[in-house]
Design a protein around this ligand. Structure first.
Ligand code: UD1
Length: 389
């Protein structure tokens, strides 16, 4: 379709981001929309769910994301308030821009809120990272995933298990395309730019000698409400991390929720050790550098399970379940829950050289975004032609 133009009356693809894990997924999609022939016009809408320097601004710079065309500035709130506020503020965007579709990624509150607004206005919903299921409905993300997939018109999946989940829930197979993982597009295209771990620690005013331990170092993140919102869960978790740090120094990047809870519960003392580097939430290139050089990753994050698999670094996931089973079956991931004994055992195995090496899952090859955009553009143009006929 060289030299052709995107039909003016078809409208742009409205790309929605809201929270940190959306940014690394959307960056390669925006690039692929621009690179497509004909270029697909995109409108980047930020809901403002994450807004501060550490959770937002640094990632936009690192990922070379364009400034959002529209920022809804919803900020924090309860789930209901946050979701409702996004919906209220997103609706006029669709009224004034009449888009070809709304493209959402992942499973955060903004993903569901914008999908709901779009479907009720007869604007097609496109979901990237569809079909992942933890089967744990106590997780807010699981509800967001289930509902978004039910109302999406086009669903792009990162692993083959997703299709079975969607089929079980009655989603028609013809709406689903297996394209691979856009998160890995970002990882592969940024790996060379990753910041050296020593520089990251020094920037935070921490002596980087900690990284030179004979065992190497581990990277820790924690932010799930189920792990950090209750003192009787968080306290034993931090206690076992302290214990692990005696064998393996730890670099702990603190999500604002976790930092606030550590203060609220008076648990700071547990982490006060020369073998634990406490950092604020990190930028993308800092985190990538830290993970790439690590002996292991200990985390409750969804994204880190995938990134550690792509980097071949063993990951112990502090959750009872995962919506990303391929990271266990093929990758480097192991579920350890909040169980201190399982964490100790997992760390001991990795330090003994028996950690998972894993292999790279199918289509985690850096080309997921071009695959999505090729399919999406063809689908939108065909729909447009059909409507005009
Ligand atoms: C959200 C996502 C989660 C994702 C995580 C990554 C939902 C339901 N959850 O959880 O899937 O893994 O983002 O971080 O959408 N805060 C700040 N600065 C910010 C944003 C938040 O300090 O820029 C603090 C606020 O105190 C806020 C709390 O973090 O109340 C939680 O933020 P919120 O967006 O509600 O959820 P996350 O826990 O970040």
């Amino acid at each position: 379709m060289a030299d052709q133009q995107w039909p003016a009356d078809l409208g742009p693809v409205v790309c929605v981001v809201g929270a940190r894990p959306n940014f690394m997924k959307m960056a390669p999609i925006l690039r692929a929309l621009r690179a497509h022939q004909p270029a697909v016009p995109a409108l980047l809408v930020h809901t403002g769910q994450h807004y501060d320097k550490d959770m937002n601004d640094r990632l936009f710079v690192d990922l070379r994301l364009p400034h959002p065309d529209i920022n809804l500035e919803v900020g924090s709130g309860t789930h209901a308030l946050q979701t409702a506020e996004v919906m209220k503020r997103f609706e006029p965007v669709l009224d004034s821009h009449r888009p070809a579709c709304v493209l959402v990624v992942g499973d955060v509150n903004s993903t569901l809120a914008c999908s709901l607004v779009a479907v009720k206005k007869d604007v097609p919903v496109v979901h990237v990272e569809a079909g992942l299921r933890s089967h744990d409905r106590a997780m807010p993300e699981e509800i967001n995933r289930l509902l978004t997939d039910q109302i999406a018109d086009r669903l792009y999946t990162t692993e083959r298990s997703a299709l079975a989940n969607l089929t079980r829930e009655g989603v028609a197979e013809e709406r689903v395309r297996f394209v691979g993982n856009v998160m890995i597009d970002s990882l592969l295209s940024n790996l060379e730019l990753a910041h050296p771990p020593a520089r990251t620690l020094e920037t935070a005013g921490i002596d980087a000698a900690l990284l030179d331990d004979a065992n190497g170092y581990g990277v820790v993140t924690l932010h799930r409400p189920s792990n950090v919102d209750r003192v009787d869960t968080l306290q034993p978790l931090l206690a076992v991390l302290r214990e692990v740090s005696e064998q393996l120094p730890l670099v702990f990047a603190l999500h604002p929720r976790t930092r606030a809870n550590i203060e609220r519960f008076g648990l700071g003392e547990l982490l006060r050790s020369p073998r634990i580097a406490l950092l604020p939430a990190q930028g993308y290139l800092e985190m990538l550098g830290l993970m790439a050089g690590a002996k292991l990753v200990l985390s409750d994050s969804g994204g880190l399970q995938e990134e550690s698999t792509a980097l071949g670094v063993p990951c112990l996931t502090i959750r009872e379940n995962t919506e990303r089973p391929i990271t266990i079956e093929q990758g480097t991931n192991t579920l350890v829950g909040c169980d201190a004994q399982a964490i100790r055992k997992g760390v001991a195995e990795i330090l003994a050289g028996a950690g998972k090496r894993g292999r790279i899952p199918e289509f985690w090859d850096g080309q997921a975004a071009p695959r999505i955009v090729a399919d999406l553009a063809a689908w939108l143009l065909a729909r447009h032609a059909l409507r005009a006929a």
